[in-house]
Design a binder for this molecule. Structure first.
Ligand code: PBE
Length: 270
């Protein structure tokens, strides 16, 4: 037949992102669990490298399999992308993004705690910041500040009952992806308007949990659960406080361009 052997065409390689990402760990698990991925590799480098390989493959209509996620601007820029079916559920259904804080934060910084606890928003909010940053070339921090300016109705729900402070420091621990930079800089902007002195530190996922557990950081808005960051979460779960989701409807998985005639991870070949 004239069917393309996609597995051979991509050299049995998934184009991944940073080794410290949850989705990288999950993809190693997928390679172990699926017979169809036996002997495959995931090429771990960076999100920027993955994005440029994706752009190149798409402009040449060549096959490529990436580790992908939503919210992400990839799907706006390349709307013809699809998730491969994952019948074993290694990547889960949908994910939530959670807020975690260090033990004792509520006593030490009750207003900061209250604000962080009241923060929740939608996929569309986060995506609008990512798209605008891509389109205008303005960095996420600048766009996040504008978003806060323009969305005072939402912001006022988060700040309800929160009193102003006078230069109190607040350490937000985040990850390097635009999605988490968006939430961190939105909250930074909101807190600065209330008198906080906010630091945003982007680190590897493992370090997010470690630094909230050991009290170096006050809070993180970056954990993806129940699967993406499960191993890291479980390692420290009794050493931080989980304030629940700040966003619902996130997703991770293996993603391919629509022009590939491929539907499921199980359609690949070892
Ligand atoms: N991500 C985006 C991250 C979390 C946010 C899916 C690339 C990860 O895999 O850890």
């Amino acid at each position: 037949s004239e069917e393309i052997n996609y597995s051979e065409a991509v050299e049995y390689t998934i184009t991944g992102i940073e080794p410290g990402a949850g989705i990288s760990v999950t993809t190693e698990k997928a390679i172990e669990e699926y017979d169809s991925l036996s002997g495959w590799e995931v090429n771990l480098s960076s999100t920027a490298a993955m994005a440029s390989e994706l752009d190149e493959a798409i402009s040449n209509e060549e096959p490529i399999i990436i580790t992908g996620w939503n919210p992400h601007w990839t799907f706006a820029q390349h709307p013809d992308m699809k998730y491969l079916d994952d019948p074993k559920g290694i990547y889960g259904e949908t994910e939530v993004i959670k807020t975690i804080v260090r033990q004792g934060l509520q006593d030490d910084k009750p207003n900061g705690y209250k604000l962080i606890d009241q923060f929740e928003w939608e996929v569309e909010d986060m995506e609008s910041i990512m798209y605008e940053s891509k389109e205008t070339g303005d960095d996420i921090e600048t766009v996040a500040e504008r978003w806060v300016e323009d969305n005072q109705d939402k912001v006022s729900e988060w700040t309800e009952g929160v009193e102003e402070v006078d230069g109190e420091p607040f350490e937000l621990v985040s990850t390097p992806w635009d999605s988490e930079r968006a939430s961190a800089y939105v909250i930074k902007s909101v807190m600065e308007r209330l008198g906080y002195d906010v630091t945003v530190t982007p680190v590897d996922v493992a370090v997010v949990f470690e630094s909230i557990a050991n009290g170096d950081g006050d809070a993180s808005l970056a954990p993806w659960m129940p699967l993406t960051h499960k191993d890291f979460y479980d390692e420290y779960s009794d050493q931080f406080e989980d304030l629940g989701p700040n966003m619902e409807g996130a997703k991770i998985g293996l993603v391919v361009p629509e022009y590939m005639d491929l539907e499921s991870i199980e359609d690949l070949q070892p």
